[in-house]
Design a binder for this molecule. Sequence first.
Ligand code: NAD
Length: 257
Amino acid sequence: MKDKVVIITGAAMGLGYAAAVELASQGAKLVLVDYNEEKLEAAQKEIKDKYSEVEILTVIADVSDEQAVKNYVDKTVEKFGRIDGFYNNAGIEGKQASITEYEMETFKKVIDINLMGVYYGMRYVIPVMQKQGYGRIVNVASVGGIRGVLNEVPYVASKHAVSGMTKNAALEFGKDGVLTNAIAPGAILTPMVAASFKQVNPDDPKAAEKEYAANNPTKRLGEPEDVAKVVAFFLSPENGYVSGQTIAIDGGQSNVY
Ligand code: NAD
C-alpha cells in the first residue's frame, strides 16, 4: 500500500482505527474521518508517534450528512489528488429492542448513518475512482448483514442494505477498475461491542462476552487487528478479481446451525 491514498471513515476508534494503524505500517497516505473530534485527534497523534513518516489528513464529518461527505472527498482530492482505497466503515449499533417496540428516532438514526452514510460515501468517492480507472472499496456490513440478530432490526436492515449496495457497485463499476466488497465482522472487541454486551447484560457485561465467545468455533472474540489485515488486502491492488462479495470475519460462527 506504499503511497496509496486511503480514506477511512469512523477512524477514531475500533475497526477504523485498527485499519489506519495497519495501513500506516504499509506506507499508505491516510485520510481519517470521524465525527468525534477529540478522539480523532488522539488517533492521529498515536499513529504519528508510531509511524512519523506517514502523511495524514483528518476531516471532521458526520457521514449521515451528505455535504459533510462531499467535503471529506473534496478535501482528499485537494490534498492528495486521488483516492485509491475507501474504507466505508463508520456505523452505530442503536438500542436493542423488539421490532414492535423499537424507538422510531433511533431506527431512523441507524438507517441515516449505516445505510445513507455508506451510500453517500460511494456516491462521491466512485466518480474520482472512475476517472482514475482504478479503485478499491470496502464497505462495512456485519454478520447482521447476512443473518438476523435479535433485537437489532434497524441495524440488520441497514447492514443487509450495505451488502446489497456492494453488489450493485460491483456490477456498475467493475468496468472502470473499481472493485467493491463488504466485510461482515462477527463480534470484534471494540468500544461498540463492549457497549453492546452492556446492553445484553447490564449487571455483568463480561459474562455476556464470555457466553458469546463460548459459542464461537474459535472460542474467542475477534480482535480489531484480525479485521484490519483482511481489509488492507481488499483495499490493495493485490485484490485483482474479487468484487461484490460480503466476506464474513467471524471465526466461522455464521456457519453454525
Ligand atoms: P466503534 O463504535 O468502536 O467505532 C466507530 C467509530 O465510528 C467511532 O470512532 C465513531 O465516532 C465513528 N462514527 C460513528 N458514527 C459516525 C458518523 N455518523 N459519522 C462519523 N463517524 C462516526 O465501532 P466499531 O466496532 O469499530 O464498528 C465499526 C463498523 O464496523 C460499524 O459500521 C459497525 O457496525 C461494524 N461492525 C462492527 C462489529 C464489531 O464486532 N465491532 C461487528 C460487525 C460490524
